[in-house]
Design a protein around this ligand. Structure first.
Ligand code: GCU
Length: 604
């Protein structure tokens, strides 16, 4: 292997430039509508604690890195790694639950997948990742495709120029080390699962494709005879004259449109109100929508509903709704590990349904797409959040750009989901001018991306004395719903919930986005004995009664549906690296408090 020019190397007789050779593209909308080749399955992996595969011994990025997948050509050649002789793990997954040596591991792991491809000149090929935690470099056939940070949102690259006929090799360097300037920052109360945690696929697209589209029911007063549905779409190229058709067979709604110079179309479709079944938890109606662009066609399933607030009420389809919710982490229903399938979603959401929920808070980061779509089918409303969690580096401009990109991708992926009603931009963030500036800019930005949904964040009780709890947060003016976490009965004021009163000086709906306490399933005793099911049960009895007294309470998402892994929970014999505030244990066993909340929701 000889070095010719600073960013060109010779590998196995081939000249290989070292620059990034693919384009990071805006997220493609509804990727499942496209023909694609899954790259899920066995991937070889190399654990690289000191990033030997990326840096030389002077800590400069090396050009002989593992991304070359180099093989000795002559007997004397020295290559000190070999993916094909390295173990494999199933992708998508996290490495922590796939290889017991990596249970606590935070660092770099390299992944390699070989595959066959038959690129055709009439199509482009996108390399799509559902999510990779946290910091990854992607290579195809030895070329750098792109660098992505953020562990919970999808990203895609156009790799058409790099794809070869026949053998191809994709290599991904994944690093989940934590840093103060990251989003989330250095400490968080969930397991820092590392790896390629969601689907990987090669997506076949025409050179011009529908990059994004939106179908939203517009608000109207209840008596309106006709309803209006706004449709807009954007091509991946600013090209005029392309033929776009939107067709909703069941509503006999069809419209043909031609793109303008920006490659955009938009129209308002009219439908008689009688004919339109609105999406709601009771009737989670989804309409098949057929979209076509020139000769290509795509299908999606979309529901129509409106969401708004009126004083302290949340109105779904113009009617007040109480959000009977539960918080959930994106973890497999049994044991640990990142959830990433329809089954994982269905099991978790079925427990929420059993509780009587019509709403879930997907904490503290965007969950896998199947979770949101399964909830939509099951009639469960969603609060979706970006991991601006605890004390973020508010003054750091890259941190802000990182948070903004995650917000962009969260909204971009799920903005056509009828069940998603709240975008949350933060959780339990300490008050400061820098924080207010950071979050207010995020809130305003979110509205520019989507002005049809509610904006919120999980605030904290700011003052409590003599059993009077106050909420005083400058961010109230930037959110539609005032939400806060409170842990009366657990982190403070045990058994004092009945005495508590609340001062929430904002004429906006209130959501108690967290309350709860821990219990080890099967551990029984007196109701004042920590960690017993009886303690948790009593805490729920008292908190539910206290919540009934909060004026303007429009919903709640107790913490949390299921015990989940956390490195911050080290009490041996009780926590064992699980946060035990679940109403269901890590093995799917229901604790006594589960039935207290279920009963309370029956009364709502
Ligand atoms: C916080 C936080 C959660 C955490 C919970 C707890 O409020 O938002 O992420 O797990 O409290 O302490 O259990």
């Amino acid at each position: 292997m000889k070095k010719f020019f600073s960013n060109i190397i010779l590998v196995m007789g081939t000249l290989i430039p070292l620059t990034t050779a693919a384009e990071t593209l805006p997220l493609i909308q509804n990727v499942n509508a496209y023909e694609s080749m899954s790259l899920n399955g066995d991937w070889n992996y190399i654990v690289d604690v000191q990033e030997e595969g990326y840096y030389d011994y002077r800590m400069n990025p090396t050009r002989w890195g593992f991304f070359q997948n180099a093989k000795p050509q002559r007997p004397e050649d020295l290559i000190e790694y070999d993916f094909d002789k390295s173990p494999t793990m199933q992708i998508p997954s996290d490495w922590n639950t796939q290889d017991e040596r990596l249970f606590f591991y935070e660092g770099t792991v390299w992944f390699k997948k070989s595959f066959q491809a038959v690129p055709t000149k009439d199509y482009r090929t996108l390399l799509y990742f559902g999510a990779v935690n946290y910091d990854c470099h992607v290579y195809l056939n030895g070329r750098h495709v792109g660098h992505h940070i953020g562990g919970f949102t999808p990203f895609n690259y156009d790799v058409s120029e790099l794809l070869k006929e026949g053998d191809n090799v994709v290599i991904v360097k994944v690093d989940n080390k934590r840093h103060a300037e990251d989003v989330p920052t250095q400490i968080f109360d969930w397991w820092n699962y590392g790896g390629i945690t969601r689907d990987v696929k090669l997506v076949k697209v025409t050179p011009v494709y529908l990059e994004d589209y939106s179908l939203q029911l517009m608000k109207a007063d209840g008596k309106a005879k006709n309803r209006e549905i706004s449709f807009s779409a954007k091509l991946n190229k600013a090209e005029a004259g392309h033929n776009v058709v939107v067709y909703i067979p069941e509503l006999k709604l069809q419209q043909q449109l031609t793109t303008d110079a920006e490659g955009k179309v938009s129209v308002t479709l009219k439908v008689s109100a009688k004919k339109l079944q609105l999406w709601s938890p009771e009737t989670p109606k989804l309409y098949q929508v057929n979209l076509s662009l020139d000769t290509s066609t795509y299908t999606d399933n979309i529901g129509f509903r409106t969401i708004e607030t009126h004083d302290k009420q949340i109105l779904l389809n113009g009617k007040p709704i109480f959000l009977k919710g539960i918080s959930i982490h994106n973890e497999k229903p049994n044991g640990g590990g990142r959830a990433n399938s329809v089954n994982d979603a269905h099991t978790l959401l079925s427990w929420a349904h059993e509780l009587g929920c019509n709403f879930v808070r997907l904490a503290h980061y965007p969950h896998h797409e199947e979770m949101v779509r399964e909830a939509e089918k099951m009639g469960i409303l969603v609060w979706s959040e970006i991991p601006v969690y605890w004390t973020i580096a508010w003054k750091n401009t890259q941190t802000f750009e990182n948070a903004r990109q995650q917000l962009t991708d969260m909204i971009s992926r799920d903005h056509n989901r009828a069940n998603v009603i709240i975008w949350s931009i933060a959780n339990e963030t300490p008050h400061s001018a820098e924080r207010d500036d950071f979050l207010s800019r995020l809130a305003k930005y979110a509205r520019t991306l989507d002005n049809t949904r509610l904006i919120s964040m999980a605030m904290e009780v700011t003052g409590a004395s003599n059993y009077v709890n106050r909420l005083n947060d400058n961010m109230n003016q930037y959110v539609d719903v005032v939400s806060f976490n409170q842990y009366i009965g657990w982190y403070r004021d045990v058994n004092d919930a009945p005495k508590m009163t609340w001062e929430i000086p904002y004429n906006k709906p209130v959501i108690v986005s967290e309350f709860g306490g821990g219990a080890k399933y099967g551990y029984h005793g007196a109701k004042n004995q920590r960690w017993t099911e009886e303690f948790q049960e009593n805490l729920y009895i008292e908190n539910c009664a206290m919540l009934d007294k909060i004026e303007g309470l429009a919903g709640t998402t107790p913490w949390i549906l299921k015990d989940f892994r956390s490195p911050r929970r080290v009490l041996n014999g009780i926590q064992d690296y699980y946060n035990r505030k679940g109403l269901v244990s890590d093995k799917g066993e229901k604790k006594k408090a589960f039935f207290i909340l279920k009963k309370w929701y029956e009364g709502k």
